[in-house]
Ligand binder design. Structure first.
Ligand SMILES: [Zn+2]
Length: 344
């Protein structure tokens, strides 16, 4: 990572805790729980993920989570994973971060949703990084499960849970299936971000915005309508809504949503005037860092460092954390811009 990227204060809004474990931690946790590990050491475990990473489909990509979810299903493991994720983000210059997970996934392994959320929040609080937790529901499960996840999120609304999301395989599972839970969350004043327009079409982005999402996970299919006489107005709708796009470049390559970083539509979305940020999605599954994502964009796209700096500011403005954390992140970006060595 070059020095300019290392020095850039970063804002991370989209990272799945169960997709971002350190390899050594996952290795430890599998052994501690007596679970089968597909590799003899942490390095080999990394290579195991590497092989799955390039499966080229969202469904295959999501299979690696079976391993991490089983490994993480104790309060101690949850706390450790959350703490380490926050510290890893802080170590590479994050000044604000939001992490997400679907706590109800751990019920099948004997850990309640409440115990999961409490342990994750305890782990995040141990870090000095300003951070919060987004509760996800899995969109392929019945709406009643989404409602349970929504109620769980609301129970911790003023205790570290800052938002609600629908995650998992997108195509065939539109957010409208879960409208009751989304209404409950929105009406209670908890912020909504929804995965949309990743594996499904641009129209899903607009649907998510109509359902109350102020941020969109990925949303890159919206770039397909730029210049389209029939669908081009969708870009205008998205821009006028003020929604922020949590773009995860390498993850999109790994799930087959785009062919390469060079072909990634982030530049088109940015130039269309949308609010865009840069995120990791899954550090472990994609074998990446946030700084590495920034570096890849500088190398392979027309985006310049000043674009990336403005994207951090956009992300800070759209964070679900409180005004103090947002102001501190923006102040860090201001200090960075004013520093003599800054080339932004
Ligand atoms: Zn995601």
């Amino acid at each position: 990572m070059n020095d300019a990227i290392r020095a850039l204060p970063k804002v991370l809004l989209h990272e799945h805790l169960d997709g971002s474990l350190r390899e050594a931690t996952l290795f430890d946790l599998l052994h501690a729980r007596g679970l089968p590990c597909p590799a003899p050491d942490p390095e080999a475990l990394g290579r195991w993920f590497d092989a799955r990473t390039h499966a080229g489909s969202l469904v295959d990509y999501l299979r690696g989570f079976d391993l991490t979810v089983a490994a993480m299903a104790t309060p101690a493991a949850q706390q450790r994973v959350a703490f380490e994720a926050a510290e890893d983000a802080r170590a590479e210059g994050c000044v604000l971060a939001e992490f997400r997970i679907a706590p109800l996934l751990f019920e099948a392994h004997g850990l309640s949703g409440e115990a999961s959320v409490e342990a994750l929040l305890a782990g995040l609080r141990r870090s000095r990084l300003a951070c919060g937790l987004i509760v996800c529901a899995m969109r392929h499960l019945p709406p009643a499960q989404t409602m349970r996840a929504a109620r769980l999120a609301l129970a911790y609304k003023d205790h570290g849970v800052v938002g609600f999301d629908l995650a998992g395989a997108e195509r065939g599972h539109p957010p409208a299936e879960h409208v009751a839970a989304l209404n409950l969350v929105r009406d209670a004043g908890l912020a909504l971000t929804l995965h949309a327009g990743e594996a499904d079409d641009a129209e899903r982005v607009i649907e998510a915005i109509r359902l109350g999402a102020s941020r969109i996970g990925h949303g890159i299919r919206l770039a397909d309508v730029i210049g389209d006489p029939q669908r081009g107005h969708l870009i205008d709708q998205a821009r006028m809504s003020g929604a922020h796009f949590e773009v995860c470049p390498t993850s999109n390559v790994h799930t087959g949503a785009t062919a390469s970083i060079a072909a990634h539509p982030i530049t088109a979305l940015w130039r269309a005037g949308l609010s865009v940020g840069i995120n990791t999605d899954n550090r472990l599954m994609s074998r990446i860092t946030l700084g590495g994502e920034c570096a890849a964009l500088l190398v392979h796209t027309p985006l310049a460092l000043h674009d990336l700096t403005r994207m951090q500011r956009q992300a800070a403005l759209h964070s679900f954390l409180g005004p103090e954390a947002k102001a501190a992140a923006l102040a860090a970006l201001d200090r960075h811009a004013a520093a003599p060595s800054s080339s932004t």
